[in-house]
Write a protein that binds this ligand. Structure first.
Ligand SMILES: [Zn+2]
Ligand SMILES: [Zn+2]
Length: 249
């Protein structure tokens, strides 16, 4: 089990994202301070959606029983261990009701990062306008997840414009041409026409320095998720999978 606890920085980002969802659902402008009720309502909905689709929580079986046991046998634990055990049990009880605590001591950094990823993904999926500061924070602190989600929804990683192209951040000559492209050997970045043009015009190094962003390498699993988005790409991987399914049948 991973260590409980995550950074205040990530917590602030999560709340900022939730506020923009609240504004969107209430018809407020992005960046508005939603009322307590609006924010609480958005938070509950988003948490429960996340719990339904996420499989990275540590569930404790019969948490109420385990909590009672831990308190009865408190002398077997150090202070920190007992605290952790209590938090885990309480969290499991909340999860059973499709909720969870966002307190700094209650989830792991990985779970917090995955929640950020989920929120950004949903924002792009249902077109929730996000503040520029939030986009900048995502770009800076969660760059890999940020770019992957942009790839998935074809949004420019620089300006967010829809209908972005798939830019190969590394020269395709390195792998001998596009027919050898499995999608896993060259770094990828989604760019709108304007930023794509600029990347070629000023060169990748300058582009990277100017926007503090570069392409990411994907795993095979991630590329497969992008198959329906980029129908004419990743030829070599599509063929490899076809060959493998022939062999196994
Ligand atoms: Zn752009
Ligand atoms: Zn290009």
């Amino acid at each position: 089990m991973e260590k409980l606890g995550y950074s205040r920085q990530t917590q602030k980002l999560i709340y900022a994202l939730i506020y923009d969802f609240a504004n969107f659902w209430q018809g407020n402008e992005a960046g508005w301070k939603p009322s307590y009720i609006e924010a609480a309502y958005a938070k509950d909905i988003l948490k429960s959606e996340f719990v339904r689709e996420y499989d990275g929580f540590d569930y404790i079986k019969e948490p109420a029983k385990q909590l009672t046991n831990a308190i009865y046998n408190k002398d077997n634990y150090t202070c920190d261990e007992l605290f952790d055990e209590v938090v885990r049990c309480m969290q499991s009880m909340a999860l059973e009701k499709y909720g969870f605590s966002l307190k700094l001591c209650a989830i792991t950094q990985k779970q917090a990062n995955d929640f950020v990823k989920f929120l950004f993904d949903l924002a792009l999926k249902i077109n929730v306008p996000l503040r520029t500061e939030i986009i900048e924070l995502l770009k800076e602190q969660h760059q890999r997840d940020y770019i992957f989600t942009d790839l998935k929804y074809r949004c420019c990683a620089i300006c967010g414009k829809a209908g972005a192209d798939l830019e190969h951040f590394d020269n395709v000559a390195r792998i001998g041409g596009y027919k050898f492209d499995t999608g896993t050997k060259l770094r990828l970045l989604p760019l709108c026409r304007e930023h794509h043009g600029e990347a070629h015009y000023i060169g990748k190094t300058q582009f990277k320095n100017k926007y503090k962003i570069q392409g990411i390498l994907l795993s095979e699993e991630e590329v497969i998720k992008l198959f329906p988005v980029y129908k004419n790409q990743f030829k070599a991987l599509r063929e490899k999978i076809k060959e493998e399914s022939k062999e196994s049948s």
